[in-house]
Write a protein that binds this ligand. Structure first.
Ligand code: TEU
Length: 568
């Protein structure tokens, strides 16, 4: 297997380019998600920051990605790790300053990396001045109409206005107390009570978000990942949810809008048509990417119609188990659904909301909601070795597909989910709102290891870490993988280099016949990809092997292994 350990030269990003229809950068890009709390910590306070990211950006250029997406670093009380924003146009002091952001953007662009920021339009923090003003202004005021206040049911309004549940568990409504001490109405929060939902039927809200978009576009960002892009509009009259077997969590989040009156309401698309126009005022191919947990794929594709967003996450792909038939179907369905509306498909296996994919693939009951987390008391614990082998094979398959791929920090190191976190260190509101019944997402958010022998594994120099790093992270640190043939890091680097060289992002998928049903075999341009998803080794055809996700046995492909070949 060839390993190129030289650092690729910087590819300058041209920002005044005029876009060529069909050739925009985002159609085939590989985008790396940075979770700022846990990437690199220059200040040493145990929480990652923008200056830390800037220092470490060369490692991402070396990896070979095209862009970074930063999870929220805006002013926030951090009740939901920054997804509770109290000022959309400033940097939270724990992450640095606007100057630090400018330095990060400049360094990224110098290295040829685009910068995407995270926009959170469904809700803000309850400490945002807008919500504080709404509380102070009283019933019937214009300030209250910016949020979703409703009178409660029952004789004295003591019952919530409807039966909606928070994604994080418990009721989606919280009752306020008016300034004079009397019990007041309730406000809606689809997530934590510290995250009041905006009233997107109010034009004032539209105007604020246009201004927020312009603020960051003027500051040179290349695009936005839009949080809960399926949630902004609520069904008229706020009807009760028709009860289902399972409420809350992923099962609820991806249900059809007929069942969940706060997801995927048709009017939400008007918002993105409006934003599309705002982005079109700017040069340089700026993009909108929807975080829309909707199924089936044809519904997710509605977010990327030509006059709306450019991309939507492919959560159907993320949720597909390591089974050949299901993988072939989801690939076919993704390509059909997205190309049907003129957008390339996206692919993703991990992010900051789900159990890391090597750990998911190591579970015997893979298919359980990946967001529920794994903890000390979970019965089904992942088999790390099996999971990593499958995780690497799955990544090699994903990176061979045409379209845009998303990577989550640490997956290039093969990091597993961190399971052994004590209850008292867990911060995910899901854990606290379910009284610890659902472990939630802390296990995929632990600060990543850079150097095996350094304090905090090189996350900082002080050794502090907002979530404790397990000793086993020493084996996954970047410095012990760099330049080491067969390491997960070198697998990702080689795959990204070959993906670029063979322009796989702009290619197409042709299924290759002649293998057993539990082998996924496809051709994308000059590359033939063979993934052994079955239980028996597979004889490889003649040809050069240019990438292998694991050790080969001569010309035999072991189970849970993927190769890329140049065949005939
Ligand atoms: O997630 C939105 C969302 O729908 C998820 O909560 C999802 O349903 C859940 O994680 C199942 O996997 C976004 C952010 O990605 C998440 O981190 C935030 O907590 C949430 O919005 C609220 O802003």
């Amino acid at each position: 297997m060839p390993h190129d350990t030289t650092i690729p030269s910087a590819r300058a990003v041209e920002h005044d380019e005029t876009s060529t229809p069909g050739a925009e950068w985002w159609r085939s890009a590989v985008i790396y998600q940075i979770y700022p709390r846990s990437f690199a910590d220059a200040s040493g306070d145990g929480i990652g920051d923008l200056a830390g990211i800037t220092e470490r950006l060369p490692a991402l250029a070396d990896l070979g990605v095209d862009a970074v997406w930063l999870s929220p670093f805006f002013r926030s009380p951090q009740r939901d790790a920054g997804y509770d924003v109290s000022d959309y146009c400033d940097v939270d002091p724990i992450f640095g300053t606007l100057d630090d952001f400018d330095a990060l953007r400049d360094r990224a662009h110098e290295l040829g990396l685009r910068v995407i920021v995270d926009l959170v339009p469904n809700h803000c923090s309850s400490e945002h001045p807008w919500f504080q003003q709404a509380l102070a202004a009283g019933p019937g005021s214009a300030e209250r109409d910016r949020f979703m206040f409703r009178e409660g049911k029952g004789e004295n309004g003591e019952l919530p206005p409807n039966n909606w549940q928070s994604v994080f568990g418990g009721n989606a409504w919280t009752r306020i107390t008016e300034a004079d001490g009397t019990p007041g109405p309730w406000y809606l929060h689809i997530f934590d009570s510290s995250q009041p939902d905006f009233n997107w039927k109010n034009p004032w809200v539209w105007e604020q978000f246009r201004q927020i978009l312009r603020f960051w576009l003027d500051r040179g960002v290349d695009g936005f990942r839009v949080d809960v892009a399926h949630g902004l509009m609520k069904k008229e009259g706020l009807p009760d949810i028709v009860e289902k077997a399972e409420a809350g969590g992923l099962a609820d989040a991806i249900s059809s809008p007929d069942d969940v009156p706060y997801w995927a309401q048709p009017e939400v698309h008007e918002v993105y048509r409006d934003w599309h126009q705002v982005l079109a005022e700017y040069s340089g191919d700026r993009v909108l990417c929807a975080e829309a947990w909707v199924e089936p794929l044809e519904k997710a594709a509605l977010w990327v119609r030509p006059d709306e967003m450019h991309q939507a996450f492919n959560f159907s792909y993320l949720g597909t188990p390591w089974e050949a038939e299901r993988l072939r179907s989801v690939i076919d369905e993704s390509i059909a659904a997205f190309t049907g509306v003129g957008a390339p498909s996206t692919w993703v296996l991990s992010n900051h909301d789900v159990v890391r994919h090597p750990s998911r693939y190591g579970l015997s009951t893979y298919g359980a909601a990946p967001a529920s987390g794994i903890g000390p008391k979970t019965e089904d614990k992942p088999d790390d070795e099996l999971g990593l082998r499958r995780g690497r094979a799955a990544t090699a398959l994903m990176l061979s597909l045409p379209g845009r791929a998303y990577l989550y920090q640490g997956e290039e190191l093969g990091l597993p989910e961190v399971i052994e976190l004590d209850d008292h260190v867990r911060e995910d509101p899901t854990f606290h709102r379910t009284n610890g019944e659902v472990y939630g997402r802390d296990g995929c958010r632990v600060p990543i290891p850079w150097e095996s022998a350094a304090p905090a594994f090189g996350f900082n120099t002080s050794g502090d870490s907002w979530l404790p790093q397990p000793p086993l992270f020493a084996h996954y640190a970047r410095d012990v993988q760099q330049g080491v043939p067969g390491s997960t890091l070198e697998l990702y680097r080689a795959a990204l280099r070959l993906r670029a060289e063979h322009d796989l992002g702009m290619g197409s998928v042709q299924w290759v016949e002649g293998f057993d049903a539990d082998v996924v075999a496809l051709r994308n341009g000059s590359i033939t990809v063979i993934a052994n998803v079955g239980a028996a080794p597979v004889e490889l055809p003649a040809g050069d092997i240019v990438l292998a996700s694991g050790a080969l046995d001569g010309r035999t492909l072991p189970v849970d292994t993927t190769v890329w070949m140049l065949v005939g």
